[in-house]
Design a protein around this ligand. Structure first.
Ligand code: NAP
Length: 274
């Protein structure tokens, strides 16, 4: 055991939080770099009404990093000293760094989508269909537009897609003609459809998905959703939600430690847990 009273603590807060893979992923990274005496990553269940108190504890106890997951990414913002421009534009914070007593909020979720996509394609001028208009969609839309993609948003509640498209200056689409799905280069599911208890559903029909498309599902439990399985059968390249978890995590690791994240070690632990 290398942990001592000098070790810096990072913490993921959420409700629920017990299922989170972030502690395993970050601790594997510390171990791989031999800095597991300097950093440790834990989890704490925090109710939404207690987020202010949790941030106050971070200040009082000198907690180094605070990772925020559902449902705290928006609520936490009002308790911070500074919010970086990207997180402000996305409207959510998933990473809080305690920099000599100053609490600074960041958002790395958008990198969780952009990095895995850019490993297999360029995003400039690509036609991308984003399914969903919630918190995850905001980070996804931001990242794609930053890279110059042409984004269309489809959502069950149409008005939310219209509002999001207006805010980010992109398109809303109603998909009344399902064959329009075939016109996109990339399709990204940011809805919770495919996750338990909706694991037997797909967010849209897969009938028009084809082999020249990339299909990305942000859902990571199950590891390969029905949507991804069907898209793969139709020849599309697929990317699962674990990849998003990994790359939002590597970016966050770098903010907390100031060191390049050991991607392979962090990836291994995520895939071992699935
Ligand atoms: P959210 O803000 O609550 O948004 C949920 C979205 O899903 C909304 O667009 C909602 O549509 C849609 N939706 C929910 N149930 C639906 C249904 N039965 N049929 C059609 N649409 C439905 O949640 P979020 O924070 O964006 O998270 C969404 C998903 O992203 C989660 O499943 C999570 O697994 C995934 N995620 C993954 C990562 C990762 O690291 N891999 C990170 C963040 C999020 P309405 O507007 O019509 O309600």
């Amino acid at each position: 055991m290398k942990i001592s009273a000098k070790t810096k603590t990072c913490l993921i807060i959420g409700d629920p939080v017990e299922h989170s893979l972030s502690p395993a992923m970050h601790n594997a990274g510390y171990l791989a770099l031999g800095i597991d005496d300097q950093f440790v990553f834990l989890g704490a269940k925090v109710r939404v009404e207690d987020v202010g108190a949790a941030v106050q504890s971070m200040r009082k106890m000198g907690i180094h990093g605070l990772t925020c997951t559902i449902p705290h990414k928006v609520e936490v913002m009002k308790y911070l000293d500074e919010i970086d421009e990207t997180a402000r534009k996305i409207g959510a914070v998933n990473t809080v760094l305690n920099k000599n007593g100053k609490l600074i909020g960041f958002n790395t979720d958008w990198l969780g989508v952009v990095i895995p996509l850019e490993k297999i394609t360029t995003l400039l001028d690509k036609k991308v269909l984003v399914l969903g208009a919630g918190g995850a969609a905001r980070a996804v839309v931001f990242g794609l537009l930053k890279r110059g993609s042409k984004v269309s948003i489809f959502n069950r509640t149409k008005q939310k897609a219209i509002d999001l498209a207006k805010e980010f200056n992109c398109q809303e689409i109603d998909l009344n003609v399902e064959s329009e799905i075939s016109n996109f280069d990339i399709i990204i599911n940011t809805t919770s459809v495919g996750m338990k208890p909706l694991e037997n559903e797909t967010p849209i029909s897969t009938e028009f998905i084809h082999g020249r498309q990339i299909v990305f599902d942000t859902v990571y439990v199950p590891f390969e959703t029905r949507f991804l399985k069907e898209a793969k059968k139709r020849g599309a390249k697929i990317i699962n939600g674990i990849e998003m978890l990994l790359y939002q995590g590597t970016a966050q690791f770098e903010i907390y430690t100031g060191q390049k994240a050991p991607e392979e070690a962090m990836k291994r632990v995520l895939y071992e847990k699935n």
